[in-house]
Design a protein around this ligand. Structure first.
Ligand code: ATR
Length: 288
């Protein structure tokens, strides 16, 4: 029963939806942002086995204001927002993958993708790497990589190569961007040493890593793994063993993409550095 004299504003509801989501750090991150900005919100984890659109409608109908969408539903979320009546941001339209939903008052669902801006902000602002004129190798051609290609290209790297275990998927993705992205096979990755090598595959989640040629790494290479864990990922260990001058995991990207989602929902951009520091002190899990 509602308390007639309870005048406290009701918390609006947000959540991360996907599978798995048990170890997601997004609730902690959004609660930290909420404390920082004085916004009253609830943020939960919702694990679904299927029935994506039904689960979204149900959440929307239960005072839901927005959702983060994670594996394996980012493309389903794009399909939902691509329907007449709903809306997509330009960057989510190009990526054909959505990681943030906002439910408008008229019932429209707006879909955005904040993964790319999260990665670029982490690299440029937190790590201090200017991407302009760098040579970049991107590994992977799944949902996680779709969202980051265009934002990386917008930083004007000298070269952007993409490789993947299933080469045809890397070639298809490169084709979307014409001559600006070059597909290379895993074996061809050793033809040059890159300034930045980004692992966008899910291999690290299984304790594995793609079969790259180690010559792509050298003393001028920074290696970045988009997943994160309590320890160095296999890709980070491999990059250090092969002489990379620095390695980073995807925790900063996670916090930055969350901040961009928070801005989309609340119109305020929270401070990310204290949250990266807080979460990295206690983090022990792996997926967004
Ligand atoms: P996500 O949304 O996390 O990107 P995905 O769309 O299933 O998930 O894509 C997973 C990516 O990780 C793909 O690039 C996949 O390579 P394939 O296209 O060849 O499947 C890559 N990947 C997953 N496990 C891998 C492994 N053990 N070694 C190399 N690449 C792997």
């Amino acid at each position: 029963m509602n308390d007639l004299f309870d005048f406290k504003p009701k918390a609006v509801r947000f959540a991360v939806m996907g599978n798995p989501v048990e170890h997601s750090r997004s609730p902690e991150i959004h609660r930290e942002f909420a404390l920082q900005t004085g916004i009253n919100l609830e943020y939960d984890r919702i694990r679904i086995d299927g029935g994506f659109e039904q689960a979204v409608s149900h959440f929307q109908a239960s005072n839901g204001a927005g959702l983060n969408i994670t594996v394996p539903f980012k493309v389903d979320a794009w399909k939902l927002c691509n329907r007449p009546g709903n809306q997509l941001s330009n960057r989510a339209g190009t990526a054909r993958a959505v990681n943030t939903l906002r439910f408008e008052e008229n019932g429209t669902i707006y879909g955005d993708n904040t993964d790319g801006t999260g990665l670029v902000t982490d690299l440029e602002q937190n790590i201090g790497l200017a991407l302009e004129s760098l040579s970049i190798l991107l590994i992977g051609a799944g949902g996680a990589v779709r969202g980051i290609l265009e934002p990386l290209l917008a930083c004007c790297p000298a070269r952007l190569d993409i490789t993947n275990r299933t080469m045809s998927k890397a070639s298809e993705m490169a084709d979307l961007f014409g001559e600006k992205v070059n597909p290379v096979t895993l074996q061809e990755t050793g033809r040059r040493q890159y300034d930045l090598v980004i692992n966008g595959t899910a291999a690290g989640l299984e304790g594995q890593m793609p079969e790259l040629d180690s010559h792509c790494i050298g003393p001028n290479t920074l290696a970045y793994d988009m997943v994160y864990g309590s320890r160095l990922t296999p890709f980070m260990e491999w990059a250090l063993d092969n002489g990379a001058y620095a390695v980073h995991d995807g925790l900063g990207m996670l916090v930055e993409q969350a901040a961009a989602s928070f801005h989309l929902w609340h119109g305020v951009h929270p401070q990310t550095r204290p949250v990266v520091e807080l979460i990295s002190k206690i983090h022990h899990v792996r997926s967004i």
